[in-house]
Design a protein around this ligand. Sequence first.
Ligand SMILES: [Zn+2]
Length: 397
Amino acid sequence: MDILIEHVDVLKEGRLIRDTDLLIEGNRIRGIGNIKCEAEEKIEGKDLVAMPGLVNMHTHLGLTLAKGLFDDLSFEDFLRQTEDFDRRNTREMIYKSAVTGMAEMVAIGTTCFLDFYYDEDIVERAAETLGMRCALAWAVLDEDKTTQRGSPIKNCEFFLRGKRSTLVTKGVALQGVYACSDETMLKAKDLASETFLTMHLNESQGEVYSFFKERGKRPAELVFSLGIMDENFIAVHCIFLTKREIEALRNSTVVHCPSSNLKLANGIAPIPELLEAGANVALGTDSAATNNSLNMFADMRLAALLHKSTHWDPSIMGHEACLRMATENGARALGIDSGAIEEGKLADLILVDKRSIYPFTPSNLVYCTTQRVDTTIINGEMLYRGGRFSERIRKEL
Ligand SMILES: [Zn+2]
C-alpha cells in the first residue's frame, strides 16, 4: 500500500525537517519533501513527528508471560526460577507470549527486535502472522545444561536451514560462558559464519569471578581468544569489563540493557568507554521478566541519565547518541536497511503525537516521559494507528 503523510515533521540525523511530506511506496520510503500525488492512504501529519522505528536488540519473548513473576530476586535465584519456567513453557505458551510481547512493542514504537530463545520457529510464525520485523537467534548451550529437547546445536542448525522471509533474519545465540564449553562456542561460531552471533557476556560479578577462578581468564578475554569477536558479534550486557576487554570489543556490537542490569543489581556497563573505543552500541530491554516492560523509550532515558550521573558529566551521553543507540546502531548490527528516515530505506518508522510533548524538541523524545506513539509502520504496513492495532494483530490477541 502507498502511504502519503502530509505536513509532517521528520526527524532526520537528529534534526527536525518541519512541515514536509513523506511518501511510502510498497515497503520503502520513496520521498521526503513537497510531494503532491495520490496515495491509497493519506495521513494528516500536522500534529505528528516521523522518526525511525526503535530497534530493541535484546529480548526473550518466550518469557513475556513471566512478567512480574520473578521480581526482587538475586541474579542466581532469577536464573534458577526462569530455568524452571522454561522447562514448563509449552509451544502454545511461547506463541501467546511472543504475540503479547510483539503487540506491546508495536504500541510503543518498536519496529524490529532481536530475540534470544529456543523454539524461535514459533516466534518466527508469530512475527510473520503479525507483520513484525525481527532477528531471531536460537539459543545454543551445552547439552547437559539446557531445557531444550534434543541437541541445541542441531536444533539451531535446523532452524537456520529453514525458510527465508523478508521480515525475519536468523542468527545464533550463545547463552553465556557459564553454560557453553569452548567447543560449543566454536561450533556456534561456525553455524553463524554467514549471519550474526549474539551472546550474554560479562553480565554479573559472579559470572566473571567464578569463570576467572576456574579458567584463569575473564569471559570476554576467552571469547576474544577463540576468535569469535568480529563485526558480526553482538555481545549483550558487558557490565564488568577491563580496558583490555573494552578494546577487544571495539569492532563488535554491544547491547546495553540498563533496566534489566539495574533491576538484577548487576551494575552499570561502561557504555561511554565502549563508544570511545569504537564499539557499535545498541539498546535492548531484555525480557519482560527483568524489565518489566519492553519500552525502549524508558531504556533510552535511563541510559542517558545513568551515564551522566556515574561520570559526573551531563555531556557524556547526549540525547542524539541515545537515539542512535535505539535506532540506527541496532539496524546496522543486523544488516537491515532501516534505522533512519531516508529515501530508499525500508519503511520502518513511527509517528509520535507532538501534542503529547509540548513544546516538542528531539531531546524530549529521550528525556520526556509522556511521548505517545500514534502510528507504527513496519515494512510499509501500518500495524498500529491512533491506539488501535491492525486487523491481523487484533485477531491474534
Ligand atoms: Zn538476556
